[in-house]
Design a protein around this ligand. Structure first.
Ligand SMILES: *[C@@H]1O[C@H](CO)[C@@H](O)[C@H](O)[C@H]1NC(C)=O
Ligand SMILES: *[C@@H]1O[C@H](CO)[C@@H](O)[C@H](O)[C@H]1NC(C)=O
Ligand SMILES: *[C@@H]1O[C@H](CO)[C@@H](O)[C@H](O)[C@H]1NC(C)=O
Length: 217
């Protein structure tokens, strides 16, 4: 797992991504490119709206996602719905560059308690549709904050990771990230969810399915 620290800068722009500002930003950032590219963009502006392409600054995401996570969607490894932490919630923002197998993340969770997971961290993207449990595919650095562990408070984690990924969880003798690439999320976003595991809620304190940020394209 490698960190690409520079890519952190992309996230504020990502958060503000909107169709109305896209063209203006694109023009600024591409001002040293030749006019042909610019004209081509204008000509295909309507088509581009439906393409998985987003250009912000020097970073390029082929898709971006949000997962709104709460305590009511947690499924344990026996595929049984179990409660998460009451009153806890979180928002997971992801920008993916599938060509580079790179994912940038900006995770904010409102939870309490210490983390617990058999994986290398307790903050994950798992592969499973809503209502099902499934193996972790990516482990993110756990969110941190200033509140005492015993109280609910905001914790954040942001940065970027590049594949090949490793979760530290073995299934049938191989790491659950083995063979996983971010293109699989782009192919089927609804088949993945984000969560975080704590001592009191080992199946998940909160969980939410990943949703494509339609308005960003
Ligand atoms: C993460 O998102 C929050 C808003 O949810 C924003 O305030 C913060 O600046 C973002 N962090 C980074 C590193 O982009
Ligand atoms: C899942 O929850 C059910 C109901 O509480 C429990 O019987 C089962 O042991 C749990 N499975 C795991 C893997 O924790
Ligand atoms: C492990 O192997 C079993 C039997 O082949 C299979 O049903 C199961 O899906 C595998 N588990 C994972 C996580 O790949």
């Amino acid at each position: 797992m490698r960190f690409a620290a520079l890519a952190l800068l992309a996230l504020p722009a990502l958060a503000m991504a909107a169709p109305s500002s896209k063209r203006e930003n694109w023009g600024k950032e591409k001002e040293h490119d030749d006019m042909h590219d610019h004209k081509e963009y204008d000509d295909h502006h309507e088509d581009k709206h439906h393409e998985k392409e987003l250009v912000k600054g020097v970073f390029h995401f082929t898709s971006t996602y949000t997962a709104w996570a709460g305590p009511d969607q947690v499924i344990n490894n026996s595929q049984v719905a179990v409660p998460g932490e009451p009153g806890a919630y979180g928002v997971y923002k992801f920008g993916i560059n599938a060509d580079e197998d790179l994912i940038c993340y900006n995770i904010s969770v409102y939870i309490s308690g210490d983390y617990q997971s058999p994986a290398v961290t307790a903050t994950h993207i798992h592969e499973a549709v809503r209502g099902r449990a499934g193996p972790p595919r990516i482990a993110f650095p756990n969110p941190t904050g200033d509140s005492p562990l015993t109280e609910q408070g905001w914790r954040t984690s942001y940065g970027c990771l590049q594949g090949p990924f490793e979760t530290g969880v073995l299934a049938n003798g191989t790491d659950t990230a083995e063979g996983f690439t971010l293109a699989q999320i782009e192919a089927n976003p609804a088949g993945f969810f984000a969560d975080v595991h704590t001592v009191a809620f080992p199946a998940g304190a909160i969980r939410g399915q990943i949703q494509l940020d339609e308005s960003a394209y």
